[in-house]
Design a binder for this molecule. Structure first.
Ligand SMILES: Cc1ncc(COP(=O)(O)O)c(C=O)c1O
Length: 459
């Protein structure tokens, strides 16, 4: 019997979308018009878009077929019950509240349960999660293990929360902690997984201090694959069995179905506590919609339900995690500093490590993102001093890392696209001495990275 080393895409392509090739001069013009902020580019001016893996995936024929089954009944839609049943089968949570995306679930949860001065511990809050905590005048406290803060340090579960630090927080500030969160995988820290053992440790602490434990479950399936392939005793379990155990350790979750829901829009909040669920549903009705659609169309609920079934399939996850690792391997081999090991949904370049001549507050991540677009038409995203450097009092402080994330949309790009990306990154890294920092000329107070305008610093 032949044993194949090549892992192929576990699908064939039925519909294609052309990409537009542009010249460097076109891209230079587009970047100036966008205020040197790639979020403000037109999507069609981007050749390979690695801005985010959120909502950018390709849906399957089965999902498109399910969309035609969408029931648009305002209250009690059949599509809601299908969605609820799939979510409950996976998570086991009693209450399933659909939302239009992840941040809506965050806002509804945090607005319903946080008071000013509260503290929410997490391994690392994602930007919207942090913003939704801070807008309630509460503190978003990041407690990832020390290894998770060092880009080059290898650790199989670099997304783990530091249990000793969590216990200190619960001891010292316990009365101000309404819930504990863990993000799987840890997007801000490099798409790094969290072990089952670590989640069990969080559960124990939450039991001891009587705190509810919520997962930010956007990439629960990718996390399950890492557990299966890296954690002792897990190799023979299916990703779905592992996912179920992860959810069984928690009291609730927020979810963006734009990631591991394999859908272009959607999300949910799921939880066990009846009183919290009632509060959340009341707010949902005020801002999102009736609890059986929560801001989504019936057809969206169908797409998410089917996506949640497909995402835990082994051939899909094997291909998904391997394709990210493939890009990572090529960059490591060329000496480009990246967060190691590879994350699940993205490769994170250590922009501060690559561009030590650019001060963190001159935004090395922006310098690298803009150079990648200019030279190769590739769009990545800065996760560093622009995204996280602004403090609630308006001052600026550089975070632990300045990263550039190349997020890989699900089931969208082929291996030759990724080969092109590798060639481009290696080529731009060779130009590093020519890259300059930036300054911000205009920025909003919250989530500034989306709309800030920049100006390159003089050579
Ligand atoms: C870890 C994490 N939490 C929450 C969100 C927010 O989800 P959404 O973009 O659907 O609002 C994201 C989105 O990227 C994320 O990566």
């Amino acid at each position: 019997m032949l044993h194949f080393k090549t892992i192929i895409e576990p699908f064939r392509i039925k519909t294609v979308e052309s990409v537009k090739f542009t010249e460097r001069a076109d891209r230079e013009r587009a970047l100036v018009e966008a205020g040197h902020n790639v979020f403000l580019l037109k999507g069609e001016d981007v050749l390979i878009d690695l801005l985010t893996d959120s909502g950018t995936g390709a849906m399957s024929a089965a999902q498109w077929g399910a969309i035609m089954q969408g029931d648009e009944t305002y209250a009690g839609s059949r599509s809601f019950y299908r969605f609820r049943d799939v979510v409950q089968d996976l998570t086991g949570f009693r209450h399933v509240i659909p939302t239009h995306q992840g941040r809506a679930a965050e806002r509804i949860l945090f607005h319903s349960v946080l008071q000013p001065g509260d503290v929410v511990p997490n391994n690392n809050h994602f930007d919207t999660t942090r913003a939704n905590v801070e807008v309630e005048k509460a503190e978003a406290r990041d407690l990832v293990i020390p290894e998770g803060r060092v880009p080059s340090q290898l650790h199989p579960f670099k997304g783990n929360i530091d249990l000793a630090a969590l216990e200190r927080t619960l001891q010292q500030d316990g009365e101000r902690v309404p819930l504990v969160m863990v993000t799987v995988t840890n997007n801000t820290g490099g798409g790094q997984p969290v072990s089952l053992e670590n989640l069990r440790g969080v559960r124990k602490l939450c039991d001891r201090y009587q705190k509810p434990f919520f997962l930010d479950a956007c990439r629960f399936a990718e996390n399950s694959w890492f557990v299966k392939s890296r954690e002792e005793g897990q190799a023979d379990r299916s990703p779905k069995q592992i996912a179920r155990e992860m959810f069984s350790l928690a009291d609730g979750c927020t979810m963006s179905a734009k990631k591991d829901g394999l859908s272009n829009i959607g999300g949910f909040l799921a939880l066990n506590d009846d009183a919290w669920a009632e509060r959340c549903r009341n707010l949902l009705i005020l801002t999102e919609g009736f609890p059986t659609y929560g801001g989504l169309a019936g057809y969206d609920l169908e797409a998410v339900a089917r996506g949640l079934e497909e995402v835990v399939e082994e051939p899909y996850l094997r291909y998904r995690i391997r394709s990210t690792e493939y890009l990572h391997e090529r960059l490591v081999a060329a000496g480009v500093p990246v967060i190691r090991p590879a994350g699940g949904h993205a490769v994170y370049i250590d922009a501060r490590g690559l561009l030590p001549h650019i001060e963190p507050l001159a935004y090395p991540g922006i310098a690298l993102v803009n150079a990648l677009y200019l030279e190769a038409g590739i769009r990545g995203v800065e996760i560093g001093s622009v995204m996280f450097g602004r403090q609630p009092d308006g001052s600026e402080r550089a975070p632990a890392m300045d990263l550039v994330r190349l997020a890989i949309p699900r089931r969208v790009y082929t291996q030759s696209h990724i080969d092109y990306v590798a060639e481009a990154v290696i080529g731009v890294a060779a130009l590093k001495q020519q890259l300059r920092g930036y300054r911000i000329t205009k920025a909003p107070a919250v989530l500034r990275h989306f709309t800030a305008l920049f100006e390159p610093l003089a050579a």
